[in-house]
Design a protein. Structure first.
Length: 255
């Protein structure tokens, strides 16, 4: 039932596409969150699926969906959830939904004549998921978001954050993504990301991918990633929509 409701919400809002006429800036497909908030009074859906496997599990996330609403020009509200299917062995698997995340993104600094913008993001993680996927306790993940525009086509995005999920010390999270707009519609990126688990074990991963702008408010994406310090591979594909009351100028990259 929860999966059905989740899908119905996605279909309902995606049907409103025709109302939007602006250039979209997204937080997917890379792990680096943009320092920019979405426009005031606009609504954005970023959804897709991901397939990953490690030496212990094979996992399918479909759909994973982020809902964003521009409460002010500098502040957005956010809601995230995903449906998961995991296989641990030939005879053991689990399916259900993840813990719900809800929070804000705050744009701290952004000026047209300055190449660097800064933002802050924070999500509360509620113990609301299926038994197999819930942390069974409240948590939080927060990040400082920095974007530096080298040229109109190339930008570097960097995130540094902290995640606490019912653990002793929590995890330090880091990302760095270089994005380049090849054409007005087609962009590529390469990224390094990971975490410092319990401030004890450092995980290092990498991924790369592309985005393709179908319409000013509609974008497709795909990415592929690997683990450098552990066995991990993942493949993701998705689509993002923005519904806005008025058009905005183009943004060259999605970092």
């Amino acid at each position: 039932m929860k999966k059905t409701i989740h899908l119905l919400i996605l279909v309902f809002f995606s049907a409103q596409l025709a109302k939007a006429q602006e250039i979209i800036v997204t937080d997917r497909p890379d792990q680096t969150e943009s320092s920019l908030t979405i426009p005031h009074k606009s609504f954005q859906i970023e959804s897709g699926f991901g397939f990953s496997f490690t030496n212990k599990t094979t996992s399918l996330s479909t759909p994973n969906t982020l809902f964003r609403y521009g409460l002010f020009s500098f502040l957005e509200l956010r809601f995230y959830n995903e449906v998961l299917i995991e296989k641990y062995s030939a005879a053991k698997k689990a399916s259900g939904i993840s813990d719900v995340q809800f929070g804000i993104k705050l744009q701290l600094f952004e000026k047209e004549d300055k190449p660097t913008s800064v933002g802050f993001l924070s999500h509360v993680i509620a113990p609301s998921g299926s038994i197999a996927f819930s942390n069974k306790a409240w948590g939080n993940t927060s990040r400082l978001l920095v974007t530096h525009q080298f040229t109109d086509q190339t930008a570097l995005g960097v995130n540094l954050g902290y995640t606490y999920l019912n653990s002793k010390k929590g995890d330090l999270v880091y990302t760095a993504s270089l994005a380049h707009s090849v054409t007005a519609r087609f962009g590529v990126f390469a990224e390094v990301f990971g975490d410092w688990v319990e401030f004890d074990e450092i995980n290092v991963n990498g991924d790369a991918g592309f985005t393709y702008l179908i319409k000013p408010n509609l974008q497709l994406d795909a990415s592929y990633g690997i683990g450098f310090t552990s066995k991990m591979n993942f493949l993701g594909m998705g689509v993002s929509w923005n519904i806005s009351p008025k058009p905005l100028p183009s943004s060259p990259t999605n970092e």
